[in-house]
Design a protein around this ligand. Structure first.
Ligand code: SAM
Ligand code: SF4
Length: 314
């Protein structure tokens, strides 16, 4: 469906939980995590109904996210049901990877097409520092499990944080020489716990190109500008919501785990889908698409959303 700004909206990011087994410092507070009751969250049936409604309006790609989507009970069954929706071309999932050793094979078998695995550092002590709870070993085991299960085109999401992991840019780019992965450097967005971090933490993507002048441009994919080291097996993607706002090309809508449709990650506007069925659900999704905000305002101010990233779905 075409939105009010002429953009073809064909991509739904569907959050299945706001719970997480990590507490990444830029994403979630350490304590005081607000736990919504089960009744406030979309059931598996409601998640499927939302997905079907969106596909009926022209969505062809769904990404499951969270919180940590693999913590959602019934995730494999949900994937199986979503994969059976006619006209859905791609079912993807973004995960911190920690539960992939148990779940990679069942997810693949349920029809998940692609995985993005988040990994902000290759140094064990830093990994535990940034996630507050995870270990690098878990993440590496998760990556290995994804490969063993037959997932190809793996993408690694790395949030660039000045003073934390900018000295690892070359190490991450080096991974693409050996592995057919796409390492995607994502600019840190000022929202939730990191909204007031020192401005030196917010590095522009040019930091990657400066550190690695051998990178050569290759065709873009979605909102990522892409590069490759000549002869490398994989590629490097730059996702730059801060320095190159890509709002004019944004084809996404989002639905939170508590059933709010958001046209933009950074806007306050939400449409409640909970309790809606049939044509009412479809109409609400249509409204959300029609009124998708034209752009975010991160170049002028912090994110307008009062939610933390885990409560929306990155
Ligand atoms: N738990 C899963 C994971 O970490 O991959 C999925 C949800 S997480 C919210 C999705 C992505 O959002 C992760 O790659 C995370 O690094 C990214 N993210 C969270 N907060 C962010 C922020 N303030 N700026 C940029 N990316 C952020
Ligand atoms: Fe959890 Fe993902 Fe947020 Fe980290 S980025 S706290 S893994 S939801």
């Amino acid at each position: 469906m075409i939105d009010g700004c002429g953009r073809n909206i064909d991509y739904l990011r569907l959050s299945v939980t706001d719970l997480c087994n990590y507490r990444c410092r830029y994403c979630m507070p350490e304590n005081r995590v607000h736990r919504r009751s089960r009744r406030e969250m979309l059931s598996l049936e409601e998640l499927e109904a939302v997905a079907r409604g969106a596909v009926a309006l022209g969505v062809t790609k769904i990404r499951l996210t969270g919180g940590e989507p693999l913590m959602r009970r019934g995730i494999v069954e949900l994937c199986r049901r979503l994969r059976a929706i006619p006209n859905l071309q791609e079912l993807c999932l973004t995960t911190n990877g920690s539960l992939l050793p148990e779940l990679a094979a069942p997810l693949r078998e349920a029809g998940v097409d692609r995985l993005n695995i988040s990994l902000d550092t290759l140094r064990p002590e830093r990994f535990t520092q940034i996630t507050r709870m995870g270990t690098l070993e878990q993440a590496i085991e998760g990556l290995a499990a994804a490969q063993q299960a037959g997932f190809t085109n793996l993408k690694i999401n790395t949030v660039l944080i000045g003073g934390f992991n900018d000295d690892e840019i070359l190490d991450f780019v080096g991974l693409t020489k050996l592995h057919p992965w796409e390492v995607r450097f994502i600019e840190l967005m000022p929202m939730g716990p990191c909204a007031n971090w020192d401005k030196r933490c917010f590095l522009p993507d040019t930091a990657v190109l400066k550190r690695c002048p051998e990178l050569r441009p290759v065709p873009a994919q979605g909102v990522a500008r892409r590069y490759r080291i000549p002869g490398a097996k994989g590629a490097v993607g730059l996702i730059s919501p801060m320095s190159h706002d890509f709002c004019a090309d944004c084809r996404r809508i989002r639905v939170t785990a508590d059933g709010k449709l958001k046209g933009c990650l950074h806007s306050r506007e939400e449409i409640d889908l909970r309790g809606l069925h049939g044509w009412q659900l479809q109409n609400a999704i249509r409204q959300g698409i029609a009124h998708k905000p034209q752009r975010h305002h991160l170049s002028e101010r912090k994110s307008d959303t009062p939610r933390n990233m885990n409560q929306i779905g990155g």
